[in-house]
Design a protein around this ligand. Structure first.
Ligand code: IPE
Ligand code: IPE
Ligand code: MG
Length: 253
């Protein structure tokens, strides 16, 4: 039987079930910062700064929309392929953003978590991430998860490595390996699966984001570039979600 683990209270029997019609967990691929900057004749980092400013507005819109979990894709395991200038600028932006926003996030009842591989990130950034997680751990109004150096294939590989170590050390019986067991080794183990995945900027691809977790998510691809993505656009997408017919492989009677 399916059950949601960790946070979230009562566990319904149906995957993706929500007491209200809206999505409980929304995941966003925040894309289009570079094109937004280019259209203005500015460097890509200008677009990343404009994009970062959008995050607070979307997080703050969540409680009224019934969105309890918001997961945002900030930097992928593939984004290291970008120029050194862009990567260094993004890492510096993440450090500054955490430092600047920590108090507001805590005061607004946001619990922040990070998913992704921290090993390749610099120690100072990782320390800020750890601190922000601790600083906000008492909050429950909105659960914001930031995917930073995150890639689904990397996450699943790390999970399987860890699982194999547990089998080798005798802590896990291979006979007990199933979907639920593997889920417990993922970075997202305390989160419910996303109900809705939004990608901005007109690209209709997933780019290695939450592949396992979004197996039954609804998808919405919008042309708006991330720095132009407002709470009104977000609210419209979230409210349209209620009209969708999620079947999870079942059939209507
Ligand atoms: C998304 O915007 C932000 C990150 C991937 C870090 P992009 O930087 O991918 O912007 P485009 O897609 O080039 O316009
Ligand atoms: C996905 O966007 C990653 C983030 C939004 C952080 P990309 O711009 O990196 O994806 P591709 O390269 O267009 O697939
Ligand atoms: Mg992009």
């Amino acid at each position: 039987m399916f059950s949601r683990k960790g946070i979230g209270g009562a566990a319904p029997d149906v995957p993706g079930f929500s007491a209200h019609k809206g999505p409980r967990h929304v995941a966003v691929i925040m894309d289009g910062n570079g094109r937004w900057a280019k259209a203005r004749g500015r460097p890509r980092l200008f677009g990343h700064h404009a994009g970062a400013k959008r995050v607070r507005e979307i997080v703050n819109a969540c409680p009224d929309l019934g969105v309890k979990y918001l997961t945002i894709f900030a930097f992928s395991t593939e984004n290291w392929k970008r120029t050194q200038t862009e990567v260094a600028g993004l890492m510096s932006l993440f450090r500054r953003y955490i430092t600047k926003e920590a108090r507001a996030l805590r005061d607004e009842g946001v619990r922040v978590r990070f998913i992704g591989d921290r090993m390749r990130l610099d120690a100072k950034l990782v320390a800020l991430m750890d601190d922000l997680e601790c600083f906000t751990e008492g909050n429950d109004r909105v659960h914001l998860t930031v995917a930073l150096n995150y890639g689904s294939r990397d996450e699943v590989s790390r999970a399987i490595k860890h699982l194999a170590e547990d089998v080798a050390s005798g802590n896990l019986d291979p006979a007990d390996v199933n979907e639920e067991t593997l889920t417990r080794y993922l970075d997202t183990k305390v989160l419910p699966d996303p109900d809705l995945v939004i990608r901005t900027s007109g690209e209709a691809r997933i780019s290695n984001f939450l592949l396992w977790q979004s197996a039954y998510a609804e998808y919405e691809f919008v042309d708006t570039l991330w720095p132009d993505f407002t709470e009104h656009i977000f609210a419209r997408i979230v409210s349209c979600y209620g009209a969708r017919d999620r079947r999870f492989g079942g059939a209507k009677p």
